[in-house]
Design a protein around this ligand. Structure first.
Ligand code: HEM
Length: 512
């Protein structure tokens, strides 16, 4: 080839390349037409390569650049992120039903028996309605919870005794682990009557469950190729199905044992307690509510929802509250003064004291504002093409609500990064999602189903920790308040503290 020919060939290739780039840009512009603004991203992968694992802060950074609604393409998946109360109103109030579906991640499909058997990941329809009704009416209603008051007391007393033993031995305590165990025991005994056994079994089983739940929530929050390129899902490139099969098998073993034991007792004509499991088994026998079938798989998927959705969320929040108060002793002292006035040190805090602990509730509200356990809520998904703030939102888009950013917005919250429980004094804001600048549990029909349980558990836990013990950091321990993102957010490093008893008599710590 002479020089002239090779030059013209090169020019031709260059021209083709430029033309291809223009066509691609036009194609992307076409696809993006009408969508909310957002990063352009690369061909095929979109913004995948720049994705930061701490999605809540990464999305907050993009919102600062593109505004309170932006779009982001991750592979072939379109995401839209909203970060203002006005937009939350549009999604969770004005168009609640339209946005009430889920775009089920591959990992959730794998772990929850298909994604259409449980509450959290089901789209709105007869099955979701039936499951949610069973759960909210039978287990998590204020009346249902009142009936289980004795079980909670028993578990809290067991924790109190355990912490006292640690205190007497001068052993440090991992607050999150202890609170996880307490929550797990309360939840399991509410669901199927039994707790996880003797003191040593309790520690072993609790540890295993905590590990399981942590692996599951991490898997649910981690980026997965199968979600970004659904055509590749059958190849399970990251081995999510393999991993979740193993995790599920461990859960299945526990659940199957409990269910079989109950069924056997029933068949033998034995007396069975009237608990959540009993109510679910009755529904299974009846085959559903006439509108949707109810099977053994639904039972297992619901139990999974409760254990995964209810444990880490609650215990991480208590851990954060304690960590913030270890940093700010003024707040700790004030919460304790209230406890001393309401309960004193001659008796142990009871659930009946909780409604009088106003400051303690402000501490919890502030904890969930600054460190929401589910920082992006569970993503929503519109069932049909629609618009938001005038922007196009195609059906099937994954809609993230950045509750973390909304609750740190300086235009709504003064000194938003400061931990100031007093900001809630006299402010009529609760967990029911009525005020859209405060949505730690979401809002609308998909709002958390476990609020009454979570509220009691968090307040009871924190009250017990503060009233019964003084807490000190280990001498060489630096208090770290770094967050680690996951569908359930946690502290990057566990809070480890040393308890000293402060109740007037040692007998008060006995497990009775
Ligand atoms: C501090 C504790 C907790 C927090 C911060 C929390 C937060 C949340 C959030 C943000 C959602 C998603 C809302 C949405 O999709 O917009 C949710 C859903 C859910 N939560 Fe909780 N949760 C907590 C404790 C619990 C407990 C104790 C239970 C049950 C024992 C529970 C059961 C559920 C269920 C079943 C759903 C799915 C609701 C649905 O999709 O219809 N949660 N939670």
């Amino acid at each position: 080839m002479d020089t002239a020919t090779s030059t013209s060939t090169m020019l031709l290739y260059a021209a083709l390349l430029v033309a291809a780039a223009f066509i691609y840009a036009a194609f992307i512009r076409g696809r993006k037409r009408g969508l909310p603004p957002g990063p352009m991203g690369l061909p095929v992968v979109g913004s995948l390569l720049s994705l930061d694992p701490d999605l809540h802060t990464y999305f907050a950074g993009l919102a600062a650049k593109y505004g309170p609604i932006f779009s982001i393409r991750l592979g072939s998946k379109l995401g839209i992120v909203v970060s203002s109360p006005a937009l939350v109103r549009e999604v969770l109030r004005d168009n609640d039903l339209l946005f009430a579906n889920r775009d089920v991640p591959d990992a959730a499909r794998a772990i929850t028996y298909g994604g259409d058997k449980d509450i959290v990941w089901n789209s709105v329809g007869p099955t979701w309605r039936m499951l949610r009704r069973v759960c909210v009416q039978e287990m998590l209603s204020p009346t249902g919870l009142e009936a289980m008051h004795g079980l909670r007391r028993r578990e809290f007393r067991a924790t109190l005794a355990h912490l006292h033993a640690a205190a007497m031995a001068g052993e440090p305590v991992e607050v999150g682990a202890q609170m996880f165990l307490t929550t797990l025991n309360v939840l399991t005994s509410t669901m199927w009557g039994g707790n996880v056994g003797t003191e040593s079994e309790r520690t072993v089983v609790g540890k295993e469950f905590r590990q399981l739940v942590s692996e599951i929530t991490q898997m649910l929050g981690a980026p997965n190729v199968s979600d970004f390129f659904p055509a590749l899902a059958p190849f399970d490139l990251q081995g999510i199905w393999r991993k979740s099969d193993a995790l599920k098998a461990r859960f299945d073993n526990i659940f199957a044992r409990i269910i079989q034991q109950r069924v056997r007792t029933e068949e033998a004509g034995g007396k069975t307690p009237v608990d959540f499991l009993e109510c679910m088994l009755k529904m299974e026998k009846e085959g559903g509510d006439g509108k949707a079938p109810f099977t053994m798989t639904n039972i297992k998927a619901m139990l999974m929802d409760m254990v995964v959705g209810g444990t880490e969320t609650t215990s991480n929040t208590v851990e954060w509250a304690m960590a913030e108060m270890m940093k700010n002793r003024r707040i700790l002292r004030k919460a304790r003064e209230e406890l001393d006035a309401v309960v004193g040190v001659d008796s142990v805090v009871e659930e009946s004291h909780l409604p009088q602990l106003h400051y303690l509730h402000q501490v919890l509200k502030e904890t969930l504002r600054l460190h929401p356990a589910v920082p992006l809520l569970v993503p929503h998904c519109p069932r049909a093409d629609t618009t938001l703030a005038g922007h196009r939102v195609p059906a099937g888009t994954r809609v993230f609500i950045n509750a973390w950013a909304i609750m740190r917005d300086p235009t709504t919250w003064s000194d938003p990064t400061e931990f100031v429980p007093e900001r809630f004094e006299g402010r009529k804001v609760d967990f029911t999602g009525g005020e859209l600048d405060y949505v730690p549990f979401g809002s609308g029909r998909r709002i958390c189903a476990g609020i009454p349980m979570a509220e009691r558990m968090m307040a009871y836990s924190l009250a017990m920790l503060l009233q019964a013990f003084d807490w000190e950091l280990l001498p060489d321990h630096r208090l770290d308040l770094t967050e680690k993102f996951g569908i359930v957010m946690k502290k990057a490093t566990p809070l480890v503290v040393v308890p000293t008893p402060r109740l007037s008599r040692a007998e008060l710590y006995s497990a009775k």
